[in-house]
Design a protein around this ligand. Structure first.
Ligand code: ARG
Length: 265
């Protein structure tokens, strides 16, 4: 199996323009596909307006999460190198990317994870030119305590492999997959300390192209949403025995926090 992150990142960037990313959700009652056939997938569940207010859509065709009023956490493979960057537009505050009540803010700086080379370390911060103070932020996991259980994923990406980006935000839930199990599926490609997998052995529900950079999150002990992953890569989308691979946020939490501080918080 080939690692898809770089290719996928480029595809996402090329596709950019139009709408945004999304989720692949298979119909449980769908006809069983043949062994060599891509599983039959249909659009995911629509998220309600205000359900995930920290979700961000980025103009290069990726997702993100509002880390602070001025900073969006996304994937390294969604951005270019660290430095001044005024070319990204973030859309926030809406499930409908065409909504007249959307908030749109330009970037002024990109911070890509130091040492990022397309293999692990798939995180980045985008600084917004104007702070967004009307929306809640999404806190990140600072320990491995929540690196288990059932996660929520959301995005405007494709609802099937090769499918179109979506106008309306979609959501799905996916179960944790251990590093050892994930590595057995992916032939040892998973970097256990930097990546966390989620999905069903039977496939059918997954993030997909255009969801990259968006958060994977769950409830913490106080019932607040907490981000445990960043959509990174996978072999196709929602294929059996190929769970989604996410950046393990808890591993990078100290680096993310110090980068955030260096960017002005
Ligand atoms: N890298 C993809 C993107 O740029 C996301 C891929 C997620 N794939 C998956 N099977 N979970 O949008």
């Amino acid at each position: 199996m080939v690692r898809w992150r770089t290719l996928v990142g480029r595809l996402a960037a090329a596709l950019v323009a139009v709408t945004a990313g999304s989720l692949v959700v298979a119909a449980p009652a769908a006809a069983k596909p043949g062994p060599d056939v891509t599983p039959y997938v249909v659009g995911g569940t629509l998220a309600a307006q205000g359900e995930f207010p920290f979700m961000v859509r980025l103009s290069m065709g990726c997702g993100g999460s509002l880390y602070s009023p001025r900073l969006v956490l996304t994937a390294a493979h969604c951005v270019g190198r660290t430095g001044t960057n005024t070319s990204i537009t973030a859309t926030l505050g809406v499930v409908d990317l065409q909504s007249s009540s959307r908030i749109q803010v330009r970037s002024n700086y990109v911070y890509r994870a130091p040492g990022y080379n397309g293999n692990g370390k798939d995180w980045a911060l985008i600084r917004l030119a104007t702070p967004v103070t009307t929306l809640p932020t999404l806190k990140i996991a600072t320990s491995t305590a929540y690196d288990n259980g059932t996660f929520t994923v959301a995005g405007w990406g494709a609802t099937r492999e090769g499918g179109a980006q979506q106008r309306y935000l979609r959501k799905a839930t996916v179960p944790f997959v251990s590093d050892s199990t994930c590595n057995s599926y992916y032939g040892g490609q998973i970097i256990a300390s930097e990546e966390i997998c989620a999905g069903y052995a039977s496939g059918g529900i997954d993030t997909c192209q255009g969801d990259s950079g968006g958060p994977m999150f769950r409830r913490d002990a106080s019932n607040a949403w907490i981000q445990v992953g960043i959509v990174s890569w996978g072999n196709g989308c929602a294929r059996p025995s190929y769970p989604g691979v996410y950046t393990q946020v808890s591993t990078f939490a100290p680096a993310i926090a110090s980068a955030a501080a260096s960017l002005g918080g």
